[in-house]
Design a protein around this ligand. Structure first.
Ligand SMILES: Nc1nc2c(c(=O)[nH]1)N[C@H]1C(S)=C(S)[C@@H](COP(=O)(O)O)O[C@H]1N2
Ligand SMILES: [Mo]
Length: 357
């Protein structure tokens, strides 16, 4: 075992200083984002795979649109997509289970599922065709209400149950609003691990909505469901998850060692599926007092806010750093996230451990 930081399911290199591997998936180490701008480079972007990254032949690939909500079945090739009017969108993709490990580490609650810390999120500049454009060109009927994209990766089998291909419905209103059928990520063709040749990008919604390796899109005059709305990525009460909750993270190693008696410029990012981040505060006394941080530039609607704060620690020992964000909907990160057992949507202020030496 020379390099254990490998996943047979992911094609790109996963250097241990950049990624923590979780089976078929890999999260980005937050300290690896230090020094980067708003965009997460493709090489550092987290990967969430239910099975294995498929390699798709772009010459024979077709995207098929079909269903009761369309006047006809329509197929598009890669070149057809590239020839259509394109749009560019800066948006994060975040797994609904991001932060899951903190339910246990911080709140002592048992959960099952991928034990992400906070690295299952990234921001990219996506280019592609609006889903609305594709639907309209495919003869969208006024009675259509739902759209379901299916990936070309292998069937997802869990505990002997075959759930079929990864797929998840979207209400038509969201599909027509701001969803992109993306073929470019940060100026390059989508890398295989991120959905080549085309994926959905559903701004603000849980990552599972952004289906990779698009094979077909069903449009229906009836509401649709899949195991990814009825069994996975739903609340304990059965509601399919939609927008992600507001969160923050420091661009700092978990358990970083910092010197006392000197001023450190700490960097971090905050994001939300409910609108741009409007305010971020910092606390070094477990939330007894909060101090404003400086936002870098103007946070974009679907990306993240970058910020810095100066801090001069004086007492050696184990310490916790806290950042708390507010978004445009007025939501503020709470000090505790009630657990419904699913491990999704951990939005409480994270306690980032540091050792002061
Ligand atoms: N076809 C397909 N699409 C998928 C997935 C998958 O396993 N198969 N994983 C989903 C989940 S759960 C997330 S969080 C995002 C992750 O996108 P990324 O791997 O590009 O970071 O892709 C989504 N789209
Ligand atoms: Mo996810």
């Amino acid at each position: 075992m020379e390099n254990q930081n490998m996943s047979a399911s992911i094609r790109k290199p996963l250097p241990p200083e950049h990624f923590i591997v979780h089976g078929t998936s890999a999260e980005t180490r937050w300290e690896a984002l230090r020094g980067h701008g708003e965009i997460t480079p493709n090489e550092l972007f987290f990967v969430r795979n239910h099975t294995t990254t498929p390699l798709i032949d772009v010459d024979t690939w077709r995207l098929r649109l079909w269903g009761t909500g369309l006047r006809r079945v329509t197929e598009y090739g890669y070149r057809d997509l590239l020839a259509m009017p394109s749009e560019t969108l800066t948006a994060f993709i975040e797994c609904a289970g991001n932060g899951r490990r903190l339910f246990t580490e911080q709140q002592g609650q048992p959960v099952h599922g991928i034990s992400w810390r906070l690295g299952a999120v990234g921001v990219a500049r996506w280019r592609g065709v609006r889903l609305a454009t594709l639907l309209e060109r495919s003869g969208l009927k006024p009675e259509a209400v739902a759209v379901m994209a299916t990936g070309l990766d292998a069937d997802y089998i869990e505990d002997g149950v075959n759930h079929g291909r990864v797929r998840r419905p979207l209400p038509l209103a969201k599909a027509m609003d701001d969803v992109l059928v993306a073929y470019e990520m940060n100026g390059r063709p989508l890398p295989p691990d991120h959905g080549f040749p085309a994926r959905l990008v559903v701004p603000g919604w849980v990552g599972i909505a952004s289906i990779k390796w698009l094979g077909d899109i069903e449009v229906s005059t009836e509401p649709l469901s899949s195991p990814w709305t009825t069994r996975f990525y739903r609340t304990a009460a059965g509601e399919p998850l939609r927008e992600v909750v507001v969160k923050s993270a420091f661009e700092l190693e978990w358990g970083a060692r910092l010197e006392t008696g000197r001023t450190h410029v700490l960097h971090g990012r905050s994001w939300s599926g409910h609108g741009a981040v409007t305010r971020v505060e910092f606390s070094a006394d477990l939330g007894a007092t909060w101090h404003p941080v400086s936002l870098i530039g103007r946070p974009s609607a679907h990306g993240w806010a970058r910020w810095t704060v100066s801090w001069t620690p004086t007492i050696r020992g184990e310490h916790r750093l806290l950042a708390r964000a507010t978004d445009a909907s007025g939501a503020v990160q709470p000090s505790h996230t009630p657990s419904d057992g699913t491990g999704y949507q951990f939005g409480a202020v994270a306690h980032h451990p540091v050792t002061l030496v």
